[in-house]
Design a protein around this ligand. Structure first.
Ligand SMILES: NC(=O)c1ccc[n+]([C@@H]2O[C@H](COP(=O)([O-])OP(=O)(O)OC[C@H]3O[C@@H](n4cnc5c(N)ncnc54)[C@H](O)[C@@H]3O)[C@@H](O)[C@H]2O)c1
Length: 327
């Protein structure tokens, strides 16, 4: 049986992950969490395929934007991507034949459900949560409790590695004068969201030092299909480079605890260190400069006096995200 999950699982559909997964929407009243709800299961294509390293990867928040970028790029024959999210993933176009996917409908804040989902996994990629600023209570519940649940679930289930999608906003108030921001730079969060990334990095350190987990925190800059602003000409992480970076984090031998940055090889980059990411084997190939003319025609040349360019965190450092404005 493809699933090694302790509690009973409801399997709604099975199929091959070839870009046409028969993923259906669950009934609105399906319980989130326990029992785990598996909406779609693919089987590794072909008999006797060699297992690629890291055969089973749990991806929390796998239905989101970065999840959609990583699914086809991390798919390998002999590898299963197990997605956990509060919403089903969009159907995947262009997945290489042989990829296998599972989906578990659960909240990342539910440690028991995440522990079940972690059973038999070789690594966890933790993406789930609020991807921007929000009131403190929601940040605390979803991002901080969620990160705790993921690390604790990995410990309980014996998963040896967690790769955490941290953010540049953990050090968003680092001024231009301090660029390039070094790996492991001391926290300077620009928002409650940034604080939640710092908290999760703290959990990563704790679970590494106390329990021996390999824990890699990637302070991602701007991961998008393409750059859309003047700032992102410097901060863009392309989907292909994101795939390369996460694969490097999966493949590195005994990386221990790392705090690295995630960005492409942008001509206007140099805002952050890539030393530690490259030490793990990451080699970025994409450059936002290919979009520069178009973006500058729309937004004008970058103005060094623009407050959005004063700190690494850009717009997140501006008064618009003061607590008074959060709802
Ligand atoms: N996209 C970027 O530029 C960027 C930059 C830095 C960091 N990050 C981080 O990367 C991660 C993924 O970002 P994204 O751009 O894909 O965001 P996204 O909002 O598209 O995806 C987040 C996913 O998490 C899921 N989710 C939310 N609450 C959940 C819960 N309680 N339980 C389970 N799943 C839950 C959502 O349904 C969604 O599918 C986030 O942690 C974000 O903070 C993203």
């Amino acid at each position: 049986m493809i699933l090694a999950i302790g509690r009973p699982a409801v399997i709604l559909a099975t199929g091959r992950a070839r870009g046409d997964l028969p993923i259906g929407r669950p009934d609105g009243d399906l319980p989130i969490g326990r029992p785990a709800v598996i909406l779609a299961i693919g089987r590794p294509g072909g008999e006797g395929v060699m297992l690629t390293g890291v055969p089973t990867i749990l991806i929390t928040g796998g239905s989101g934007q970065i999840g959609a970028m990583l699914r086809p790029r991390l798919a390998r024959p002999g590898r299963t991507l197990r997605l956990l999210d509060v919403v089903p993933p969009p159907a995947l176009a262009g997945a290489p034949a042989g990829a296998a996917e599972e989906f578990i409908l659960a909240s990342v804040t539910d440690c028991a459900a995440v522990t079940e989902a972690s059973a038999g996994a070789d690594a966890v990629i933790h993406l789930a949560g609020l991807a921007g600023e929000a009131p403190w209570d929601r940040i605390m519940e979803i991002n901080i409790q969620g990160a705790y649940a993921v690390f604790e679930a990995a410990r309980r289930a014996g998963v040896p590695r967690v790769i955490f999608a941290s953010s540049n906003h953990a050090v968003g108030f680092t001024p231009r004068s301090a660029f390039p921001v070094p790996d492991y730079a001391f926290p300077a969060p620009d928002t409650y969201y940034g604080v939640s990334k710092v908290a999760a990095e703290g959990l990563a350190a704790l679970y590494h030092h106390r329990y021996g987990l390999d824990a890699i925190c990637i302070r991602i800059l701007t991961c998008d299909e393409r750059p859309t602003t003047v700032r992102s000409l410097s901060t863009w992480l392309s989907p292909d480079d994101a795939g390369r970076l996460f694969e490097a984090c999966l493949a590195a031998e005994r990386p221990g605890f790392r705090v690295i940055f995630g960005v492409s090889a942008n001509t206007r980059g140099g805002w952050v260190s890539l030393d530690e990411a490259q030490a793990l084997g990451y080699q970025p190939r994409d450059d936002a400069e290919a979009y520069a003319a178009e973006i500058i025609a729309e937004h004008g040349e970058p103005d060094p006096a623009d407050p959005v360019l004063a700190y690494l965190g850009g717009e997140f450092t501006r008064p618009g995200l003061d607590a008074d404005h959060l709802t």
